[in-house]
Design a protein around this ligand. Sequence first.
Ligand code: NAP
Length: 289
Amino acid sequence: MTKLMIGTDLAAELVAKAADRARVLQDETGVQPCLATVLVGDDPASATYVRMKQNRSRKAGIASRSIVLPAETTTGELVAELRKLSNDPAVHGILLQHPVPAQIDERAAFEAIDPAKDVDGVTMHAFAAMAFGEPGFRSCTPGGILRLLEAYDVPIEGAHAVVIGRSPILGKPAGMLLLASNATVTYTHSRTRNLPEIVRTADIVVAAVGMPNFVRGDWLKPGAVVVDAGYNDGNVGDVHFDEAAAVASSITPVPGGVGPMTIALLLEQTVAAAEAQSETAVHSLATLP
Ligand code: NAP
């Protein structure tokens, strides 16, 4: 029978640990970790995601600062806002909600985030750290996927992992992290030929496409481990759950699989950023004449 890889409980554990660390930091240094969220435009789904992240932050003892910019914001205006937050010592983590309106150069905006505050793992600096297998902030969804696979003792080393999707926030970094864990990784995307045949060779499938029920049961090798990172209208993933569950050895449900892990990683990394920055502040104070 297929095993469900549930993210909810593991995420709650990670958030509780992050909350403990936030409390200790505040008791010892007076610093409360602070996450700034930046939302451009009025897309209702993005607004809901941002609100959810702020609520969870507050529950974990992390202060949140909310910046909402109009839909017609230019790249220059957004970059200026992100630089201001990057230079603000009271802000430890910055999250720019993706996607931004089409007139904005999203890469330029991401690169305006100080890597020390890039708790969502969106800068080239964070990507390079993931690609080289070096420590650093992870893109939250891929980071959450890896933690989930580890928690469920999924053997990654030597496994063939097929990642469906190559977006800079999900597919690409997910493949990089799997590679750093010694999987043999195949990336697939909208131009890939014979996708079902390739997926059938996978020990681990990561679906990050954005199309409901896209991956079918007959695409899977019996016993494959299936990670469904998709989240589509009506709480539907990118994998046809019932068909896949009949073939897979383990599968993440939607909702309750990858989603909660994403927020848990964001909070964990925000607290880690605050810890690192307050340490730097203490050290720089210590060097004052
Ligand atoms: P995205 O930026 O739209 O990327 C989608 C990827 O899927 C692209 O690389 C695209 O290929 C590929 N693709 C599209 N059609 C395909 C096809 N027919 N065959 C194979 N590949 C195809 O989406 P995203 O931001 O990565 O998000 C993907 C999914 O994850 C969405 O359902 C989203 O809601 C969900 N998500 C969940 C979380 C969470 O916390 N759980 C977080 C972020 C995203 P090309 O590159 O060739 O266009």
